[in-house]
Design a protein around this ligand. Structure first.
Ligand code: GDG
Length: 463
């Protein structure tokens, strides 16, 4: 069996489980590489004056991590630019925030070419290559141009937007055409998959065959939905460890008989934090008996702070939380505990476990792993209730959550009320169904389904 070569913008530590701050992507790929004798290749996060293509290789147990340095101009145009100022907002339905600058486009093309050039000497003929996320959509095209015939798969961690939105991207056609250089393209949800099919069928006059083969540009690519999940065993282990128990106890003391609602998100406008705070404010305003009895703990870890839209949302959230706390707080109670730092995974697991409600209300999200973590951290005999946005990919599987429209304050406020009042038997019944789903759609199921599909796939054929 050939090796698995994973390529993503940044690499993580494959051995890491309970340790410090890692995002959803890093956790997912770390678990995948532990299973296969793999190589994980990506940007080191460092910049140098002139790009050299010099690889830095670290060998660990069962996996090798290889990184390359980029130039400062690459960081600005490719990472802060095209990836995080053009594609991220557009794919999260925020065309008002999407910047269409040619230099970003050039930086994106340049870095994808640099990635291909640097990866080339690492590849062996029977390797399978698995490319991740919106930073690297054209990577297969760059590898094919350099003669690579290995199987190459692509997985998009974020949503694929509706076709009319996608068409606002200059060179949208080229980007999709580049996706036909993969053997397999995977999305998080049926919603994203069908939006992609819709574009292929309508804008390219292509065809979508049964089994998910998309035909356009004279080529065929296999497509599918592969919902990502948790490394459930690692997470439950973390939730049962000492650090988690210490935080559960610490939170229980600090509750002082009150109920806690929890939100945990990267500080990102796609996560709907402002809308969440306003819905919670509405709940407080309409529920006088909740005053001093409930609080919202929002952990919002700063993210992408070089990008102006992230500086703006941070400032707005400072304002909104300050205003709500000023209006409702009493000398010994604040309605929102707003925390801008990150916690270790095991600490987070303990904090989730002490919350009566998990509030997960992104305006758009590829999947959302926090929803799954909240469920996995609950006590089976007395679980909390999950409130989940209908616009998170996770909503396709987590039907027993209280599904809400995050744009509607009334809807979210009603769900908070219903969740806090829900009798224990109903909480247990919903939690059991949710936890079954979390186990079924776990990280191994995701990884194995994608890798199996990639390995079975015959080489691309001309139609
Ligand atoms: C992208 C897609 C998709 C957060 N704060 C801390 C912390 N986190 C962890 C959470 C969770 C992860 O970060 C966030 O994952 P999400 O899935 O919620 O969101 P994104 O970061 O936007 O991830 C998303 C995901 O990729 C995987 O495909 O689900 O849709 O946008 O695991 O727990 N972790 C620690 N301390 C924190 O303070 N340790």
């Amino acid at each position: 069996m050939g090796r698995l070569i994973v390529v993503s913008n940044r690499v993580g530590q494959p051995q890491q489980t309970a340790g410090a701050s890692v995002g959803g992507l890093a956790m997912a790929l770390g678990a995948a590489l532990r299973e296969y004798n793999g190589v994980w290749f990506g940007w080191s996060g460092r910049t140098v004056e002139t790009f050299t293509g010099q690889l830095s290789v670290q060998r660990g147990q069962g996996a090798t991590v290889a990184t390359v340095d980029l130039e400062e101009q690459d960081r600005q145009e490719y990472y802060n630019g095209y990836a995080n100022r053009t594609l991220w907002p557009l794919f999260h339905y925020r065309i008002d925030l999407s910047a269409y600058e040619r230099s970003f486009n050039e930086g994106y093309a340049r870095v994808n070419a640099r990635f291909a050039q640097t990866l080339l000497p690492l590849l062996q003929p029977d390797d399978f290559v698995w490319v991740h996320d919106y930073h690297l959509i054209p990577l297969a095209r760059e590898l094919r141009r350099r003669g690579v015939t290995n199987r190459i798969g692509f997985f998009l961690h974020i949503p694929w937007p509706a076709r009319r939105l996608f068409a606002t991207l200059p060179f949208h056609r080229e980007l999709v055409e580049a996706m036909f250089d993969y053997d397999l393209v995977g999305f998080q949800s049926e919603d994203s998959l069908s939006a992609f099919h819709d574009y292929v069928a309508h804008d390219e006059a292509g065809k979508v065959q049964t089994g998910g083969r998309a035909v356009a540009f004279g080529r065929t690519v296999r497509t599918g939905a592969f919902p990502i999940g948790l490394d459930v065993d690692a997470f439950t282990e973390a939730a049962q460890g000492e650090a988690a128990a210490a935080w559960r106890d610490r939170m229980r003391v600090s509750l002082a008989g009150r109920r806690m609602i929890i939100g945990v998100d990267r500080l990102d406008y796609s996560k709907g934090l402002e809308e969440r705070f306003l819905a919670y404010e509405e709940y407080l305003a309409n529920t006088p008996e909740a005053l001093e009895q409930v609080f919202l703990l929002q952990i919002a870890t700063p993210s992408r702070d070089e990008v102006p839209a992230y500086q703006e949302i941070r400032a707005r959230l400072d304002g909104v939380t300050g205003r709500i706390n000023g209006a409702f707080a009493t000398p010994d109670w604040v309605p929102i505990r707003y925390v801008n730092r990150s916690y270790r995974r095991d600490e987070l697991a303990g904090i989730y476990g002490a919350a009566s409600l998990g509030l997960v209300t992104p305006l758009r999200d590829g999947m959302n792993l926090v929803a799954k973590e909240y469920v996995a951290a609950q006590r089976p005999d007395d679980p909390g209730v999950l409130i989940l946005s209908q616009f998170a990919g996770a909503a396709e599987q987590m039907r027993e959550a209280l599904i809400v429209n995050p744009f509607s304050r009334e809807d979210v406020s009603d769900a908070i009320k219903a969740g806090l009042a829900m009798p224990r038997p109903e909480r247990v019944r919903r939690w059991e169904a949710l936890m079954d789903g979390v186990r079924k759609h776990d990280i191994e199921a995701w990884r194995d389904a994608f890798v199996a599909a990639l390995r079975e796939q015959p080489a691309p054929q001309l139609v």
